[in-house]
Design a protein around this ligand. Structure first.
Ligand code: ATP
Ligand code: MG
Length: 247
């Protein structure tokens, strides 16, 4: 047991959840490395939601509410870290979930689907009968009624190639990625540079707040959001945090 008073409590608990995910067969071994990379950036960010991340989370909530066929992509790290939270967000914005794995195996896909269902998930797209163009076969598999025909996709902790391929298909892509310099972060339309554990609940709060808003208000929020500027702000916030930490 890790005592709550431990200065790295949150981070250690998160690691435990990823390890547990691997043991249950829902998270891949590579997921451990992805988490390590994420943690390093979270340290640089100061392990809190920055102003720029907050803005991106609001714009992302508006995009999901405006979308006609939104889908939330779930991988092994997401399923281990925030399963309940992602189910709740999906419910609020009426976005079905779809399990989409970089290191795909049918066994792991099914385990994640079962895991999400056991926690009360509603609609999950479970077919793999379509392919995202320009990607190698296993990494391209999606549901023809899910990600394939979605107009907006939330891809937390996504790989750069797949993010780019989804953008090329004409979808509005929202990424959650602690590394503001990753190809995913640089390619998505809305990049949330925040830990997924903090980002999803904040997106849900925004979605609840905005869900009865006029269409025009939601469109204004999306139009006023500038991802390039926001990413530059995210980098500036990291630099300021490092300067403060050095003193
Ligand atoms: P890219 O493919 O976009 O160039 P990459 O190859 O460096 O990036 P991947 O392993 O493909 O990275 O994707 C994992 C990404 O997820 C990393 O950028 C990492 O910072 C991020 N990440 C890991 N854990 C979290 C987390 N808990 N919250 C948010 N982001 C995370
Ligand atoms: Mg990658």
């Amino acid at each position: 047991m890790i005592p709550e008073s431990h200065p790295r409590y949150e981070s250690l608990i998160t690691r435990d959840r990823i390890v547990e995910g691997v043991e249950k067969g829902i998270t891949s071994l590579h997921g451990l490395m992805a988490q390590g990379r994420g943690e390093a950036f979270d340290y640089l960010i100061g392990e809190k939601t920055s102003k720029s991340a907050h803005r991106a989370e609001k714009a992302a909530a508006a995009v999901l509410l405006l979308a006609k066929r939104p889908v939330i992509s779930v991988n092994g790290n997401v399923a281990a870290l925030v399963p309940e939270e992602i189910i709740r967000l999906g419910d609020i914005v009426a976005a079905p979930l779809e399990v989409n794995l970089f290191h795909r195996s049918e066994e792991r896909v099914n385990k994640i689907i079962e895991h999400l269902r056991s926690l009360g998930a509603g609609k999950i797209h479970t077919k793999s009968d379509a392919l995202i163009p320009c990607l190698e076969h296993e990494r391209a598999k999606v549901d023809s009624e899910g990600i394939f025909r979605a107009d907006a996709v939330l891809v937390p902790l996504e790989d750069g190639d797949r993010c780019e391929a989804l953008v090329k298909m004409g979808k509005t892509v929202i990424a959650i990625d602690l590394n503001p310099l990753s190809r995913t972060a640089q390619t998505a339309h809305i990049t949330i540079v925040d830990n997924i554990k903090r980002a999803i609940p904040i997106m849900s709060e925004f979605a609840e707040e905005l869900r009865n808003s006029e269409l025009a208000e939601l469109q204004r929020i999306v139009k006023e959001f500038d991802n390039n500027k926001n990413l530059a702000d995210a980098v500036d916030e990291i630099i300021s945090h490092l300067r403060r930490a050095q003193k």
